[in-house]
Write a protein that binds this ligand. Structure first.
Ligand code: NAD
Length: 369
């Protein structure tokens, strides 16, 4: 088991990574001593597979647990679901000092985190991430949000959890496609800042994706430690350091938008493709070598993740994809910073990228097989 601190002064917290954490959480004193009532907001699938383990120990400890189930995937990150959830939490009598439990993937974490950010001007919450993506990325760092008609994650707040328990046993029931999508975010940490971890992943991808205990723990703990370091340096994405975590996301978001944020392309799959595109675009600008771009492509492909946008069957051109990018939150005075590569393990923020050039590059990629 690993414990990774996220050092944020008065908002610091620990991320625990290991097996059987849900069962041990109360005995190990990790969860609030549940003398009275507790609210659990849970993804329907996570609850069906793992809820009993958690509810059992909480009830044994004398807690009356009220459960709110979230269904519908990405669509649940909406104004209407936010209203329903906050009304429900208020009806349960949640107080500022309480800690609401959020169990599930990035959808439940983002929705519950945002509800807690605005509930009574800030209520505590604990992340119990049950997808690989949520364990290595969305549960750590305090970004919370919902989607609106104008786009994804456009309404939200920074609100740090008070604890994160990443129980690796929950990953056993995750559909294989979701596991691979989460792996894209793991690989991202190697590509952007840790060449040694990248090499280790290339050698151990099968073990990680088969959930071999030592391998999955090393992959998750190393990823979280990388994110914790970056978040501690730049909590609110003001210095440019945290922006490096967006490697693959600018291209990826455009692809998600072009596919209607549908099941056709999962967020992690879009990040995988986006990472390949960022590496190829870096090589096209001579920022990194073609060899590095090919190594990134091979690592993505090795994990069974998509590498070619021409295979998506998009009915749009590069200019249309770039139009999606123009709505990006990171757009500043008409320019969009791109996370590009100097080499594997050394990403940087490029502020001199002309979107017209990106459109031409994407046109080339759309025609490549
Ligand atoms: P998700 O929450 O939709 O979960 C994916 C699927 O897995 C769902 O169908 C869910 O029901 C199911 N599931 C969850 N746990 C399970 C388990 N243990 N066993 C079986 N099924 C399980 O998706 P996600 O990929 O976890 O998260 C994507 C979301 O995260 C997006 O909305 C994205 O914007 C957000 N995100 C946020 C941040 C952040 O910093 N806040 C970072 C990255 C992504």
């Amino acid at each position: 088991m690993a414990v990774i601190p996220v050092e944020l002064g008065g908002r610091s917290y620990d991320v625990h990574v290991g097996r059987g954490l849900l069962e041990r959480a109360v005995a190990d004193g990790l969860l609030p001593s549940p003398g009275g009532g507790l609210c659990l907001v849970a993804d329907g699938n996570a609850l069906a597979h793992h809820g009993e383990r958690l509810l059992h120990v909480l009830k044994e400890a004398g807690a009356a647990v009220a459960v709110y189930e979230v269904h519908g995937g990405e669509a649940a990150k909406s104004w209407s679901e936010l209203e329903r959830l906050t009304d429900w939490l208020l009806a349960q009598g949640v107080e500022r000092g309480d800690r609401v439990l959020a169990m599930g993937g990035g959808v439940v974490g983002d929705l519950t985190g945002f509800a807690c950010a605005i509930l009574k001007r800030g209520t505590g919450f604990v992340q119990l991430p049950t997808t690989l993506l949520a364990q290595v990325d969305s549960s750590v760092g305090g970004k919370t949000a919902i989607n609106t008609a104008a786009g994804k994650n456009l309404v939200g707040a920074f609100h740090q959890p008070s604890l994160v328990l990443a129980d690796l046993d929950t990953l056993a029931t995750l559909p294989e496609r979701e596991l691979r999508a989460g792996y894209a975010e793991v690989l991202k940490y190697g590509v952007l800042g840790d060449a040694e971890f990248f090499d280790w992943l290339c050698a151990n991808a099968d073990a990680v994706l088969s959930l071999v205990p030592d391998a999955i723990e090393h992959a998750v703990a190393t990823s979280i430690a990388a994110k914790a370091r970056i978040v501690a340096e730049d909590e609110r994405e003001t210095s440019g350091r945290r922006a490096l975590l967006n490697l693959g996301h600018t291209f990826g978001h455009a692809l998600e938008a072009a596919t209607g944020f549908s099941e056709g392309l999962l967020h992690g799959e879009a990040v995988a493709l986006g990472m390949v595109l960022a590496a190829r675009y870096s090589a096209r600008r001579d920022d990194c070598s073609l060899d590095d771009a090919e190594r990134v492509t091979r690592a993505v492909s090795q994990a069974g993740l998509p590498t070619e946008i021409s295979a998506l069957g998009l009915e749009c051109d590069g200019a249309a994809l770039v139009d999606h990018m123009r709505h990006d939150k990171k757009m500043q005075g008409g320019t969009l910073p791109f996370v590009l590569l100097r080499t594997i393990g050394a990403a940087f923020l490029a502020k001199d990228v002309a979107l017209e050039d990106v459109a031409l590059f994407l046109d080339e990629q759309l025609q490549t097989h």
